[in-house]
Structure formats: structure tokens, C-alpha cells
Design a protein around this ligand. Structure first.
Ligand code: FAD
Ligand code: DLZ
Ligand code: SF4
Length: 516
């Protein structure tokens, strides 16, 4: 049982015989360092694994639990499988399909040479199976989340009125793009106080992974299903009603806004996605939250989360090599340090460092947008996103990064790049007022770097993007600038790329030990 398979009812355990069977769980350096995960992510996984093992043991299940500081630990999942087989004499291995291509490959290789039969069962915690997604994708020319989402609504009956969507519309996104009115502050959010098991895991990570990126102080993630449910209860009652209206808004020093903070709990198995959607629907049906909020929330889980997972398994491993815009720059060092005068970027990185969290619009429109405008190599972008967030697992991280945020997949996840100048960030946040740069400035050192990078991005990628109908308007504007101004803009954007990218990036070693 892997560190993101901590669900009751996991397929590998559904017919467990507590007389004879042994559950293997192993804390291994291989998984903790294949990228330099944020310290909070490692602490979360270790705490949640330890808690889950204790609950299984209390139910009479025999658990072979290998701790990170076990002197005999081989520090890889397959190494621990081999050691367990040798020491227990078990006659077969049963597992649940693993979530990342990298480890799935290693387990396939293990299976090929295993002395005992190895069975890998479907991960039934997802709403849409990989086969079901493959059947939906079929030979469609384009995979669009919206059409997939409608199928999922019909199949699950979520927010359905007979055969049609509740309220007559499938998607209320247009109502969910409001900027934050001046003076409106997001609610104070209660985090989960670390329980004794969590405190012990935090201490272990501080001792064993001191050089990994990120702070451990202020750790507030649920590490048990009960804690995750309690946090979800509070969200559904108090926060969800406003989730829709301010879903795309950002504010300085406000990491949480009206977001659910549930991705890490969902991804490691402390919460069930379908049950979470049904509970949100019940809040709407009881008249305690408006439709735009509840539909928006359910769409993120039933739509986006399931869609990106389907795309990942459909397209890997080729997807992980995609680089449609030939991006080749290094990731600037301020993605790790947060030391930049760009107030929006500094705030997103600060939140990331402190909490192993940034909300969706920060990931998409601030750091992701900037990485795309700068032309950062998608491998470096993936490495960063996979390292820095508590909820990061490649099946969900990669399609968001290589697909949604940077268009490196060439249009599989989204129909156009989410490229934006400073005007978008200004409209959706209060960052620009306190920034050294002038968001309205078009050129010169004092002008917002996003502005010239945006036009430079369009000009630089004209061959790949010029024919995209959804970019017709910005390209018309760019063409209206005339040849000389376009050339000057491109030159200034290139200088900005060099100046911003010139900060020596911290090497991303496989152990990630130099990330802080
Ligand atoms: P909320 O805003 O409250 O949304 C509720 C839930 O919907 C989330 O918990 C999540 O499970 C799901 N969801 C929302 N948007 C997406 C999405 N685009 N794709 C998949 N699920 C979604 N999410 C991860 O779980 N892991 C990642 O590694 C990850 N990397 C990302 C990288 C980039 C570049 C971008 C743009 C997005 C990424 N996301 C990732 C999606 C999204 O940003 C996070 O799921 C969300 O910020 C988590 O916070 P929350 O629980 O408060 O979300
Ligand atoms: C992320 C992670 C970490 C940090 N540590 C472990 C671990 O020690 N043992 C384990 O079984 N799983 C861990 N994980 C989660 C795995 O990386 C994850 O299960 C795979 O990447 C498949 O999604
Ligand atoms: Fe970000 Fe530009 Fe606004 Fe500064 S002016 S906060 S860099 S968008």
C-alpha cells in the first residue's frame, strides 16, 4: 500500500484475509527524494501512512510497516517488496495500480521477474476508470473537459434534473470570475492542529530532510480521514457558499481565499472524490449554497480532476516529453527563493514555501503564466510543481503544468495558452497597487514585466500560435502595432527573459537537496 493509497476500501485490500495476509507499507528515500518534495509533503505522507497503519492494526490487520530510519530499509518500493517476500514467505502480491508512470514502470519490471504472482488491481477511488476515459476519448480529434464533464454529470447524476442539468446550464463559470471588491477580506481559516503522530513525522522530516524546500512551521494539513472530514465539514458549511464568486480572485498575504484546501486529502485517499461531490450537492439542495458555487466546486473534482487523470494515463509516456513551444530556458532562482520585485510572484512563492500550497489562479496565472511567457523548459517547470506542493502527484500535476499552464502539450488539455499580461493579474487581485512595477507601463525598466513578456511571447511563437482562432484578437492587436514597434517589443521581451532568467537557477538534483 503506497503513501497515496490510504483509503478504506482500497481495491488491493477488499478481500483481505486477516489470518494470513500481510499489508506492506514502507517509508523510503526513493519516494521522498525522486524530486525534492516540500518538507510538509513528506511529513504529511509519513504521518498519514503511520496513522493508517495504526488503524489497520487496530482492526486486526497484520501490517509490516517499514519506517524511514529502519536500518534494514532498502529505500525503494520494489526493494521493500523483495525484502518482504524473502522474510514473510508470502505466496503472492496484490496491489492497487500506482498513480505515477515512473513507479508504475518500476513495479511492472518487478512483476516481470517476481518469484511469486503479482496482481495489480484498478484504483477504484476515481470516478472515471482509465478504460472508461479511453472509451470516451475514442478517436475524438480534441479532448475537451467540458464535454467529458457533462458525461460524468449524466453518469453520476450529480446536479441533474432528470436528463438535464440543474438550473438549465451545465457550467456557471461566467459567474465565477469576479475580482475581489476593495475592502472584502477572505475569512480566517482554521487549520488542522498536528496530532501526536503528525508531530513525530514533522520532527523526523526536520531531522532527515533538512535541506528540502519549504517550511515545516505552521503545518496545518489533515493527516487522518477524521481530520480531513472535519475540515471538509467546515468548508462546506462556511466557505463553499462564496467559492464560486471569488474562485479566480487573488489577494496579497491571503493564501486560502475561499478555496477548499482538500486536494492533498483527496490525492492521498483521506477523502473520497465522489462522496465529496455528493456532500457539496446536498448543501445546494438544502438551499445553503448557490448553484454557481456548488457547480463550480463539483466541476473542479468531477470535471478537471478526473479529466487530467484520464489524459495522463491515455497519453503517457509521450506526454511527458511534449514541448510544443520549444521552451528551453532555465527556471529563474526566484521560483525557489521568492526574491523578486514582482509582488504577485513573490506572494505566490511565499505561500508555496510556507504552506506547500498556492491556490489555482496563482499556480495558473502567476507562476505558470510567467514560466510560459519566459519560455522555461517544461521539464524544469514540472520538476518545480512536483516538488513544491503538498498535493503534487504527477498524474494531476503534469497535465496541469505541461497542458493547462504552459501549453507545452500543444493543445491536448486546453484549446489555447492561458497567456496573460499584467492587466489580468491587476483585474483579479490587489497585488499591483503595492508592486514596484507599473502594471499600466508598456516598456522601460519600471513597466510590469508581464506586459512585454506577453507580447514577446505571442511574437516569438507566431509560427505555432498565429493560426489559433482563439488568439485571433491579441494577434490582431499585435499586428496593429506595426513592424517597428513589434520588433522593439520582441527585443525588450528578450532582454527581460535574460534578465529575469539570469538569476542563477538552483540546480535541481534528483535528491532535491539544494532546493532551499
Ligand atoms: P479548490 O479550488 O477548492 O478546488 C477543489 C478541488 O478540485 C481541488 O482540491 C482539486 O482536487 C480539484 N481541482 C481543482 N482544479 C483542478 C485542476 N486544474 N486539476 C485537477 N484537479 C483540480 N492539483 C493537484 O491536486 N495536484 C497538483 O500537483 C496540481 N498541480 C497544478 C499545477 C498547475 C500549474 C495548475 C494550474 C494547477 C494544479 N493543480 C494541482 C490544480 C489545482 O490548482 C489544485 O488542485 C488546487 O489549487 C488545490 O487547492 P484546493 O483543494 O483549495 O482547490
Ligand atoms: C510522495 C511519497 C513520499 C514522499 N514518500 C512515500 C513513501 O515513503 N512511501 C510510499 O509508499 N509512498 C510515498 N509517497 C507516495 C508515492 O510517491 C506515490 O504513491 C507514487 O508516486 C504513486 O503515485
Ligand atoms: Fe505582478 Fe506586474 Fe502587478 Fe507587479 S505590476 S504585481 S509584476 S502583474
Amino acid at each position: 500500500m503506497l503513501g497515496d493509497q490510504l483509503s478504506d476500501g482500497l481495491s488491493a485490500l477488499e478481500d483481505i484475509d486477516t489470518e494470513t495476509d500481510v499489508v506492506l507499507m514502507a517509508e523510503v528515500r526513493g519516494e521522498a527524494t525522486y524530486v525534492g518534495h516540500h518538507k510538509q509533503k513528506i511529513a504529511l505522507i509519513f504521518a498519514a501512512m503511520r496513522g493508517h497503519a495504526a488503524r489497520l492494526s487496530a482492526r486486526g490487520v497484520r501490517v509490516r510497516y517499514v519506517r524511514i530510519d529502519d536500518p534494514d530499509n532498502t529505500h525503494s518500493i520494489t526493494g521493500e517488496l523483495e525484502r518482504a517476500l524473502a522474510e514473510t514467505g508470502c505466496a503472492r502480491v496484490v496491489m492497487t495500480d500506482c498513480g505515477e508512470w515512473r513507479l508504475a514502470e518500476a513495479l511492472t519490471a518487478f512483476r516481470a521477474t517476481s518469484p511469486v504472482p503479482v496482481e495489480s488491481r484498478e484504483d477504484r477511488r476515481f470516478i472515471c476508470s482509465r478504460d472508461r476515459f479511453g472509451a470516451w476519448a475514442g478517436d475524438r480529434k480534441q479532448l475537451r473537459m467540458e464535454y467529458f464533464y457533462r458525461e460524468m454529470r449524466r453518469e453520476t447524476g450529480l446536479l441533474m434534473d432528470g436528463t438535464g442539468p440543474v438550473g438549465g446550464q451545465w457550467n456557471y463559470d461566467a459567474e465565477n470570475r469576479k475580482g475581489l471588491p476593495r475592502g472584502l477580506r477572505p475569512p480566517v481559516r482554521a487549520r488542522t492542529a498536528p496530532n501526536p503522530t503528525t508531530l513525530e513525522a514533522i520532527a523526523d522530516v526536520a531531522r532527515l530532510f533538512p535541506d528540502h524546500f519549504g517550511d515545516l512551521e505552521g503545518f496545518g494539513w489533515p493527516t487522518t480521514p477524521a481530520e480531513a472530514r472535519a475540515a471538509l465539514d467546515v468548508f462546506l458549511a462556511d466557505i463553499l457558499p462564496n467559492f464560486g464568486d471569488w474562485q479566480d480572485a487573488m489577494a496579497g498575504g491571503q493564501p486560502w481565499m475561499w478555496h477548499g484546501l482538500i486536494s492533498a486529502s483527496l490525492n492521498i485517499g483521506l477523502l473520497d472524490p465522489l462522496e465529496t461531490c455528493r456532500r457539496a450537492e446536498a448543501v445546494y439542495r438544502a438551499g445553503r449554497a448557490p448553484l454557481n458555487a456548488v457547480e463550480g466546486f463539483i466541476r473542479q473534482i468531477l470535471g478537471w480532476r478526473e479529466f487530467v487523470r484520464g489524459v495522463y494515463w491515455l497519453k503517457m509516456p509521450e506526454y511527458g516529453r511534449r514541448n510544443a513551444l520549444d521552451a528551453d530556458r532555465a527556471l529563474p532562482g526566484f521560483f525557489w527563493s521568492g526574491e523578486t520585485d514582482m509582488a504577485c510572484v513573490a506572494d505566490a512563492v511565499t505561500s508555496t514555501r510556507r504552506h506547500a500550497y498556492a491556490h489555482h489562479i496563482q499556480r495558473l496565472m502567476v507562476t505558470g503564466n510567467l514560466a510560459m511567457l519566459l519560455g522555461v523548459d517544461p521539464d524544469a517547470v514540472d520538476d518545480w510543481y512536483l516538488s513544491v506542493y503538498a498535493d503534487a502527484f504527477e498524474w494531476v500535476e503534469m497535465p496541469n503544468t505541461r497542458g493547462m499552464a504552459t501549453f507545452a502539450d500543444g493543445g491536448i488539455v486546453g484549446s489555447k495558452p492561458y497567456a496573460a499580461s499584467g492587466a489580468y493579474i491587476n483585474r483579479m487581485s490587489d497585488y499591483c497597487g503595492g508592486c514596484r512595477y507599473d502594471v499600466k507601463g508598456k516598456s522601460g525598466d519600471g513597466a510590469c514585466p508581464f506586459n512585454r513578456l506577453y507580447w514577446g511571447f505571442l511574437e516569438r511563437n507566431r509560427a505555432q500560435l498565429g493560426g489559433n482562432a482563439r488568439l485571433a484578437m491579441p494577434y490582431r492587436t499585435l499586428d496593429g502595432f506595426g513592424e517597428d514597434r513589434r520588433r522593439a517589443l520582441l527585443a525588450e521581451a528578450e532582454r527581460t527573459r535574460t534578465v529575469l532568467g539570469a538569476t542563477k537557477p538552483v540546480e535541481t538534483s534528483p535528491s532535491g537537496d539544494s532546493h532551499d
